[in-house]
Ligand binder design. Sequence first.
Ligand SMILES: [Ca+2]
Length: 485
Amino acid sequence: MNELKTPRGPGGAILINPYRLVLATALLAIFCSALQERVSASQPNIVVILTDDQGYADVSYNSHHPKEVSTPNIDKLARTSVICTAGYTSGHVCSPTRAGLMTGRYQQRFGIYTAGEGGSGVPLSETFFPQHLKKAGYTSGAFGKWHLGVDIKYNALHRGFDEFYGFMGRGAHDYFDLNTPDHPIYRGLKPIKDKGYLTDRITEEAVSFIQRHKDKPFFAYVAYNAVHSPAQAPAADIRKETDDPARNTLMAMLRSLDAGVGKIVDTLKTEGVYDNTLLFFLTDNGGSKVMHANNAPLRGYKQQDYEGGVRVPFIVSWPAKLKGGTTCPAPLMSIDILPTALAAAGAGRTGKLPFDGRNILPALEGKTDKVHDQLYWSSAAGKGAWAIRAGKWKLVGLKDRLELFDLETDISEAKDLARKHPERVKTLKQLHDSWLDEMAEPANGAAKRWSADAPAADKKNKKQKRAEREKRRAKRRAEKEKPGE
Ligand SMILES: [Ca+2]
């Protein structure tokens, strides 16, 4: 039997053949490079499609949808996805949910309880979604509504995104006037003049991003402002589907949105990256009453902590890993998306701020039916609205009124069981109080908790606001009447 003998020099020192060393180094480099490629090839792309104020029943995969609702593209996606039947948002209005989604944390941890606070800017000390993905080699693009700070220092490009097309500060934007100097569309850090129907433009930009970055892992955050107000759709798309003209316009807006989702999914397929894309589709809060949305079978609307304000259409697709055509009943939340994406990408967290969100992949795979012990909501003292869900129980607080619901038997929150279960009410309220104690003070200086003294201050505030509104209206009227303008 031959023995491999290691060549040795005087004193037994191992002699290294320089040619072999070069060869070994080269082989190691090739091996590492192949390994790197394998790692990046296995890293899924991440796509988050966030719609705005869309009703729970304004997707036709929901069996409760009214007959005028038709979302074939969203339905097609849902059929090959995991439908999260208890998917919630961490806010009941636009900006707070976005702040939670971008950080994987309850937005109340950094003082965001209301749309005004989030729209004024999320503290720069918070780490955003794409900043966590950066080290793992992801290229990130944000498209559509930002609503996380109007000042340029809060622009998506300063929060880890490599590309941004959309509007920054407010919750709403005109769908046709894309050339408004006081509320511009941005490309990156620069305001631009654009034209088209905003829903279609957001789709086109997202599609272009996917096409340009398909060869390496990417993160596309597609935040449609549809179907938020104003109620505007291309005239040719508005049909007399119901006796409610507002609802007819909403349906036309929904059609453009659904077509956009279809184009994004088709692009992923055409480019051959669909199977290894982890895609989340959800809306940012419950359907809006003002826009005549339908949240059946849920109670309430946007701006409320009843299910109609926070339980939303929520689906997750990742054909390479998740069995489609299934449902996940575990209560989960929009703050879970970031930790889940990092787990899927095999990426570590950047910075030290702890997440409140959890990796929901085990729940999506059906390995567990529990993600959180409790879910919490609070919009601080202004409205005095808060809620907690623990298992099947939900306690909804509105000023000094407390209502308890059993969501397993009463998804519509029709039967208040607070009197029947006072001990459970007490326990849930204590849990919520402890959670709220941990949260930061509201950024706008308001109190965290509603108190009986607040209404007087509220009334005064409302009166003052009404007077200011009147003053602004009068000023606009005067300006309109100026000759030659
Ligand atoms: Ca919204």
